[in-house]
Unconditional design. Structure first.
Lengths: 240, 124
């Protein structure tokens, strides 16, 4: 008798749960499918859960950029497009020193050690992008930034980026100009959210404690100028 | 040899070797930091020929250049490392690493630079 009563209590709950699945099958399947896709296709190289490397050797062991704050970092539209036709963003890969060799004039990128990123079909790219947008570690850092809309001439932006701050030492601002150890920045405006750019420039170590990008103590004014410059570089860049 | 004598001998041996062991450890961590933060511009061999240099308006210092490096004091090298090139009237392209490396890591880095140039500061 007691078992029957217990069953009567449980069945309605199971029926209600089933009703939710029937009523919202795409949402139910989408969440699982998106995270499953990330776990199955991305997690062997990308860190989806954090934290960032806390030691030099953990940094060296990292195979690809961390994605546990992807939703705060990337623009969804760019992700969907890039995942279908991935092109290299870090000319020397990650970790950069594992992919360089001595050359006659200077160290050179050893392309033979770099592996291409896998490409996804359109449906999977959208599924992955939607799942990535939910990975939002460091909301607190993003909340501290405000990037007002604005523009800057590319000549003034270039002056700030190159002459005042020396960022071109490590970053490319054109396909054929700039450094190689950092990610290229001529598509950063399309790729990255403005407040992420501002926060990362303010303190790379707040996001990635051992990263080989220094904190240059850039002023608020210069940070905004840099974000506007990177948006101007990628032309299509607009605000969130 | 009884157990007590053996322990005393072991302690004396460790005490004698401790500077050597400590020196090895410092050099290893500084070498790792150099590979991570400095090699991108100064080169994996420390010769100033890193992967980033092609388009730089000012070329990075060759840390194996004993003649130049012997003219810079340890304090100057530490300051450049910590505060960047502008702090010692050099290029903005040399960034400050004071938020990345601890004071003791910067001190170790200066010693590592001295091993690259095989030189000491010569004020003459």
């Amino acid at each position: 008798m007691k078992e029957r009563l217990r069953a009567l209590r449980i069945y309605p709950a199971l029926l209600a749960l089933g009703g939710v699945v029937v009523a919202f099958p795409s949402a139910w399947a989408g969440e699982d499918a998106g995270m499953s896709l990330l776990n199955n296709r991305c997690a062997s190289c990308h860190n989806l859960r954090g934290p960032a490397p806390a030691s030099i050797h953990a940094l060296w062991a990292r195979k690809a950029p961390d994605l546990f704050y992807a939703g705060n970092k990337f623009r969804r539209k760019w992700l969907i497009s890039w995942l279908q036709k991935p092109v290299r963003i870090r000319p020397a890969g990650e970790f950069y020193a594992d992919h360089i060799k001595p050359g006659p004039k200077r160290d050179m990128v050893d392309g033979s050690t770099l592996k291409p990123h896998l490409a996804l079909g359109a449906a999977d790219a959208k599924l992955a992008a939607d799942a990535l947008m939910k990975l939002r570690a460091h909301d607190d850092l993003i909340a501290k930034e405000q990037v007002p809309e604005g523009t800057i001439s590319t000549s003034m932006g270039s002056l700030v980026f190159d002459k005042f701050l020396g960022c071109m030492a490590c970053h490319r601002i054109r396909k054929d100009f700039g450094g190689l150890s950092g990610p290229e920045l001529y598509t950063a405006g399309e790729r990255l959210k403005p407040r992420f750019m501002a926060s990362y420039i303010r303190s790379p170590q707040a996001w990635d404690p051992k990263i080989w990008m220094p904190n240059k103590h850039v002023s608020d004014t210069r940070i905004i100028q840099l974000v506007h410059y990177l948006q101007a570089l990628s032309k299509g860049g607009s605000h969130e | 040899m009884n157990k007590k004598s053996f322990l005393i001998l072991g302690a004396i041996t460790l005490w004698t070797l401790s500077p050597v062991l400590a020196g090895t450890s410092i050099a290893a961590s500084a070498k790792d930091n150099y590979r991570t933060y400095c090699a991108q511009c100064h080169g994996i061999a420390g010769n100033g020929r890193g992967i980033n240099i092609r388009d730089m308006s000012v070329q990075p210092r060759n840390h194996t250049d004993a003649e130049y490096m012997s003219q810079r004091s340890d304090d100057d090298l530490a300051k450049a490392d910590r505060e960047g090139g502008l702090a010692i009237d050099k290029s903005v392209l040399m960034p400050p690493w004071g938020d990345t490396l601890s004071p003791s890591e910067i001190k170790d880095m200066v010693q590592y630079l001295r091993t690259l140039c095989h030189c000491k500061y010569n004020s003459q």
